[in-house]
Structure formats: structure tokens, C-alpha cells
Design a protein around this ligand. Structure first.
Ligand code: BTN
Length: 268
């Protein structure tokens, strides 16, 4: 990392009023970083009492996607954030569920008449193009009555996708969909409020899975997938999502398969 100033002074993000219970109690705005996930974990190493602290960056040099993939973004145009959580809930799939739902609710406020869906386990799509991805990580350190987790959200706000060869095919952003620049700050505010409300529901054991399922585009679809630690490609039909957020697939031989976080590909 070079010696450019990291922390943004007089940031527009430090003045926002979220009125949220936990999320965004402290917002750290960085101009550039390798990954907001790495930064959050370093902060937890120094102090575990960072529940609700949010790190937002203008630019990442090594944005992390799922399974070692790189998350590409451009300076200041998108939401690249990590939310630090200290909670009793150890289930990362619950955190993935609330993160993707928070993105969906945010998009619904900004977009009208567009088809917003979730591709299991963590992609948010608009008209079948990926606009956001979420990841959740937990600490390997154990504590007696709580656990530490970091949720990362990458949401393309003003990213120019058309003709950008660095991006995977079928990537989109808010500005590409509505054809004008979108306020990153207002989008971030909405996102944090939605995450906060959903996190509260999760802590009160309210049902979030059935709401999430309404947006899933996978049920009933024919997919290909790999089982854990195997390279053999399997084919099956997605039957359901269980109470832990796992994907239930009936394979070609009629066997019930349970997927945790493997990638699925739609066939047809
Ligand atoms: C995916 O779809 O693969 C998940 C992508 C998550 C990207 C975000 S961007 C902010 C945060 N920091 C990272 O390094 N990754 C997440």
C-alpha cells in the first residue's frame, strides 16, 4: 500500500443521520484500500467492540468476491462497504440473506418496473444482470457468548459497464439502468437503514427467509452444479431452500442434494 492518505476528512458519509439501532453507529470512509473486508478484520483485531461499524471505500485494489474472485469497481462511483458485527448468531447464511434483501429493498426504492431478483446464494440481479454481490465471513477465534462477523456489500451505482472488458458479462449498475448519475450517498443511506431493520428482525428471530424466497429466481429451475470437493458436474432441479438458507436440489438420479455456497448455473 502506498503512502496516500487513507482516511477521508470532511467526508459526506460522516454527516449522515441514519437513526439506526446498530448499523452505521460509526462510519469510516477511506479513499483507497486493498479490501474493506481486510480493513474491518484488522479493526476487530484491535477492538472487538466495533459492532455496527461500517467501512466504506472509494476504491479497492483487491476487492474480494466469493471463492477468491476479484470484485472490480471504479473510483468513487460505487458502494464498496463492510459491516462489522458482533452477535450471538453464528449462521453466516442468515447474514447473506439480510444483506441481499437489504440491497433488494434499496433497489426497489430507486428503480421502478424493473425485475429485481436474487440468484442463490448472494447475487442481486436486475433484469437478469448482476448489480450487487454480498459476502459474509466469521472469525476463527471463538468467544464464549458472541461471535464476530464481517458482511461485505458491493453495489454498482455509477459503474460504466457497457464495453468494459474488465467486467464479467451481464454486469449492470443503477446509472446504466436509469440512464443518469445516481447519488451514492443517498443509496448508501437507504442500504444501511434497510440492513439495520433486517438485522433487528434477525435478532428478534422474525422470519426473513420467506421474504427472501420471494425474490429467489432459482426454485423450479434446471441447474448444473458441483458437489463439495468434487469436480464432477451434476445436473438437477432446484426444489427449495431450507431453514438454514441451503439450496435443495433433486439430481438426475433422484437424489436430494444440499448446497451450502457452491455456484449453480442455469441450464436452458
Ligand atoms: C461476490 O459477488 O462475489 C461478492 C462480492 C463482494 C464485494 C464487496 S465490495 C466491498 C467488500 N470488500 C471486499 O473486498 N469485498 C466486498
Amino acid at each position: 500500500m502506498n503512502k496516500r492518505k487513507l482516511y477521508k476528512k470532511n467526508s459526506e458519509f460522516s454527516n449522515i443521520k441514519l437513526n439506526s439501532k446498530i448499523i452505521g453507529s460509526n462510519i469510516i470512509h477511506l479513499s483507497h484500500i486493498d479490501s474493506t473486508m481486510n480493513f474491518a478484520w484488522k479493526l476487530f483485531e484491535k477492538n472487538v467492540n466495533n459492532n455496527g461499524t461500517v467501512i466504506i471505500a472509494d476504491e479497492q485494489s483487491k476487492g474480494r468476491g466469493r471463492k477468491g474472485a476479484v470484485w472490480y469497481s471504479e473510483k468513487s462511483e460505487d458502494i464498496l462497504c463492510s459491516i462489522m458485527l458482533k452477535s450471538r448468531d453464528k449462521n453466516l447464511s442468515d447474514l447473506l440473506i439480510i444483506a441481499s434483501l437489504a440491497v433488494v429493498y434499496t433497489l426497489e426504492k430507486i428503480l421502478h418496473n424493473e425485475n429485481i431478483s436474487i440468484k442463490w446464494p448472494n447475487d442481486v440481479l436486475v433484469n437478469k444482470n448482476k448489480i450487487a454481490g454480498v459476502i459474509a465471513e466469521s472469525s476463527s477465534k471463538t468467544f464464549s457468548n458472541f461471535s464476530l462477523a464481517v458482511v461485505g456489500i458491493g453495489l454498482n451505482v455509477n459503474l460504466k459497464c457497457t464495453g468494459n472488458i474488465k467486467l464479467p458479462k451481464n454486469t449492470t449498475s443503477l446509472s446504466e439502468i436509469i440512464d443518469k448519475k445516481v447519488s451514492r450517498l443517498e443509496t448508501f443511506e437507504l442500504l444501511m437503514k434497510n440492513f439495520d431493520l433486517l438485522f433487528e428482525k434477525l435478532n428478534q428471530n422474525q422470519d426473513i427467509i420467506s421474504e427472501w424466497k420471494k425474490y429467489l429466481d432459482s426454485i423450479g429451475k434446471r441447474v448444473s452444479f458441483n458437489l463439495k470437493n468434487s469436480n464432477d458436474l451434476q445436473i438437477g432441479i432446484v426444489e427449495d431452500i431450507d431453514e438454514l438458507g441451503r439450496l435443495i436440489i433433486i439430481d438426475n438420479e433422484g437424489k436430494r442434494r444440499c448446497l451450502y455456497d457452491q455456484t449453480i448455473r442455469f441450464i436452458d
